[in-house]
Design a protein around this ligand. Structure first.
Ligand code: ADP
Ligand code: MG
Length: 247
């Protein structure tokens, strides 16, 4: 763990208020995501995976502990500074793509930069689409693209600002096997060829096997880590052990 790691979670705790009383979604999580590494976060439903990603990405606030992105602590930042840091340093991809239906693929990719007041040269937008294999789809609107193509546009958009880290919450959850494989191969390539840091939440051991490290959560805590020679079977075995222990 170094100060300059793209993301560091230092005792991250998130407690939600609910009618039934407080729910501790994350409980003293210590994790670091080094530059150019690909981490998968797994765990049973309700174990805190989405909460971890949302807090790490500055979409949600920690109740206790701290999140550091590129050495900057998020807790002390006001909403405007946090929004700016998120825009400049963090990419996020959701299961539902979240593209703007009325805009073309190219316009969707350029949108965050435009909202930040930058006019992006068309060549740079096209290059970003080419990187995800969609150079010939620049003028298509989301409804004219397959789910896998829409997710690749969302990835191009998320990476357009060259963020310190890309977070992806179940990005292949709605995709067929072939499209999933394309998206995962793309993410793996971003790590290997561009030193991109990627943190992926998934329930799919096949998807997790694309990562360098699998972090297993249960009840808001890190309970296991798997590294080295990841295979879907090995990941599934560790996950099954976890789910058996939870029963
Ligand atoms: P996962 O993504 O692993 O399924 P989540 O991070 O979504 O888990 O949720 C972790 C725990 O926090 C669950 O018990 C969930 O019910 C609870 N939780 C999540 N979001 C909220 C919220 N906004 N209000 C209250 N409880 C929440
Ligand atoms: Mg979730």
């Amino acid at each position: 763990m170094t100060v300059s790691d793209p993301v560091r979670l230092d005792g991250l705790t998130r407690v939600y208020a609910s009618d039934a009383g407080p729910v501790t979604a994350l409980d003293d999580v210590h994790l670091s995501f080094a530059a150019g590494t690909f981490t998968a976060v797994m765990g049973p439903s309700g174990s805190g995976k989405s909460t971890l990603l949302h807090c790490a990405a500055g979409l949600d606030r920690a109740t206790a502990g701290e999140v550091f992105v590129g050495g900057t602590a998020l807790g002390p930042l006001g909403d405007t500074a946090l929004t700016r840091l998120r825009r400049d340093r963090i990419g996020f991809v959701f299961q539902g793509y979240n593209l703007v239906p009325a805009l073309t693929a190219a316009q969707n990719v350029a949108l965050p930069a435009r909202l930040a007041g930058h006019r992006e040269p068309a060549e740079r937008v096209l290059a970003a689409l080419a990187e995800v294999g969609l150079a010939d789809r620049a003028g298509h609107r989301p409804a004219q693209l397959s789910g896998g193509e829409q997710q690749r546009v969302a990835i191009a958009r998320a990476l357009f600002t060259r963020p310190a880290v890309l977070f992806a919450d179940e990005p292949t959850g709605a995709l067929d096997t072939a499209s999933s494989r394309l998206v995962l191969t793309l993410l793996r390539g971003m790590v290997d060829e561009h030193d991109q840091t990627v943190v992926l939440v998934t329930h799919d051991p096949v998807a997790a096997a694309y990562a360098d490290r699998v972090v297993l959560l249960a009840d808001g805590r890190v309970v296991d880590e798997v590294t080295g020679d990841l295979t879907a079977a090995r990941v599934a075995g560790r996950l099954a052990g976890l789910e058996a222990a939870a029963c």
